[in-house]
Design a protein. Structure first.
Lengths: 88, 226
């Protein structure tokens, strides 16, 4: 009991450095417990972690860019040339 | 969250055969195989390239040069890394060279070297209370809650802020976040493609994500103030 009282709670400043490890499930049991103990006390960090996840999610939804058909055609021509060159 | 829940793009889809078969098809001049490969990979190569150069047109040239590089190197490809890892390393080389020629990367890399690999926290320390504060190390300037980025910003606007934020990162961080979060690659493959350790990869990724979140935050604050 005494030891637990002595152990200082994780600060917000410490927590923000661990969020990637947290969202990827890479915290060891002890640090995970301390991380979650902090979240239970600190609604701001709950918001922060949520925004962090949201940011990752947004990044995964950026629309793809495609090559223009003209470039694709040029590449196919390059492929034919390349293969012709290989054969010789 | 994590690697099982990856977004589309940059994955080897069921549409393509395995590397060995694909390489064999290319070597014997199978144009359909090449076309399928180009169609499958180019969208995500374009996205990666656009993080490094200033315009879509230049990104397109970088991707085109990458495919030419793939053809040139195909005879030497031994399958020690996966095909897509190899293709991406060619792309990144081209993109870096191009970015340097554009004058975007070199001075930037020198200036921000310290932030690149290790030094410095992911979050501005001024946002936390100092030693004499009421609760040292707790928030002094807490982030405001977002409804959702879309609720406040249009999708286009969110996209623009995200892309600008990534372009503003030091090159290594930019490459890691683009591969991990834009294309959803697992960390092991990102480490292989970039030749970095797992620990280093996580440090770079964390810094990058922290800065991109901060960019969204400051943009939303500006929107609210306006």
């Amino acid at each position: 009991m005494r030891q637990r009282e002595v152990r200082r709670m994780m600060t917000c400043r410490e927590l923000v450095e661990l969020v990637t490890d947290y969202v990827e499930g890479r915290l060891d049991a002890e640090r995970l417990a301390r991380f979650e103990e902090h979240l239970a006390e600190c609604p701001v960090c709950v918001v922060y972690v949520e925004q962090f996840r949201q940011t990752i999610d947004e990044l995964g939804h950026l629309p793809p860019e495609s090559l223009s058909p003209a470039v694709t055609d040029e590449l196919l021509a390059a492929f034919r040339d390349w293969h012709a060159g290989q054969a010789n | 969250m994590g690697e099982s829940e990856v977004p589309p793009g940059g994955h080897v889809s069921g549409a393509l055969p395995g590397d060995e078969e694909l390489v064999a098809a290319l070597r014997r001049g199978d144009e359909d195989a090449f076309k399928a490969l180009v169609e499958e990979y180019s969208p995500f190569l374009m996205r990666l390239a656009m993080m490094h150069v200033s315009s879509r047109a230049i990104a397109e040239e970088v991707v085109q040069d990458t495919w030419v590089g793939v053809l040139k190197g195909l005879e030497r490809f031994e399958g020690r890394s996966s095909l897509r890892t190899w293709i991406v390393s060619i792309l990144l080389n081209n993109a870096r060279t191009r970015g340097q020629r554009e004058g975007r990367i070199v001075p930037f890399a020198l200036l921000r070297r310290r932030y690149e690999e290790g030094g410095g926290p992911a979050m501005d320390p001024d946002r936390f209370q100092g030693r004499r504060g009421e609760r040292p190390g707790w928030w002094a300037r807490p982030p405001a809650a977002w409804e959702s980025p879309e609720a406040q910003l249009s999708a286009d606007e969110t996209r623009r802020v995200l892309i600008e934020a990534i372009k503003g990162l030091p090159p290594r961080q930019r490459e890691v976040i683009a591969l991990r979060d834009l294309t959803g690659w697992p960390s092991e493959e990102v480490c292989n493609a970039l030749g970095i350790s797992e620990t280093n990869q996580r440090v770079l990724l964390h810094r990058a994500r922290s800065k991109v979140r901060a960019a969204l935050e400051s943009h939303m604050e500006k929107e609210e103030a306006a």
